[in-house]
Ligand binder design. Sequence first.
Ligand code: HEC
Length: 160
Amino acid sequence: MRFLALFCIIFSFIYALPEQFDKQKYSKGEKVFEQKCTECHVKYMDIALLMKNFIEEDNKLLNLKAPTGNEISFRLKSQIGSINDIEFQIIEASDFVKDYLYYPNKAKTICLEGVVKHFNTMPSLKGKISLSEIDDVAFFLYFLEGFNGVNEFYHDETKF
Ligand code: HEC
């Protein structure tokens, strides 16, 4: 019985949606992403395909203009703060995106060198997007992938 309880706790810790998830904010952020980011960023692509494209094929397979939303989602959670403190990590991720969108500089990158080397630095979006829109889009990016129950893009991030 105790084992079962422990199993349930661990299972829900990995797979359940954290209490910080807010469907409305996520949807608002998704709209911002579709309006202001998809000109360059594809929302989602399979990670194995992306790795093949960037590492083996020099981006000639997919000819992407920028890292995909799900790559950014994964990096936000693995490179900034700690997934063990989601509440704080969301704030830190949002701060990173706010800074990057206004003052982009590849020296600050959270992406893999093997991915980001294919691109010029992103143009600044200062004047084109408000801080509250960035907060929503950062929230969307944070939850885009890696949490079960958000969308159809779930996969277990502990497996790669
Ligand atoms: C005109 C094209 C363009 C648009 C529009 C654009 N981006 Fe980018 N973005 C890029 C490129 C190219 C890169 C990769 C180079 C870099 O990191 O600067 C990038 C990188 C990023 C990164 C990762 C930075 C890093 O290197 O770690 C984030 C986060 C990001 N974009 C968010 C956004 C968001 C959010 C939007 C929409 C509000 C957006 N971008 C709109 C071109 C664009």
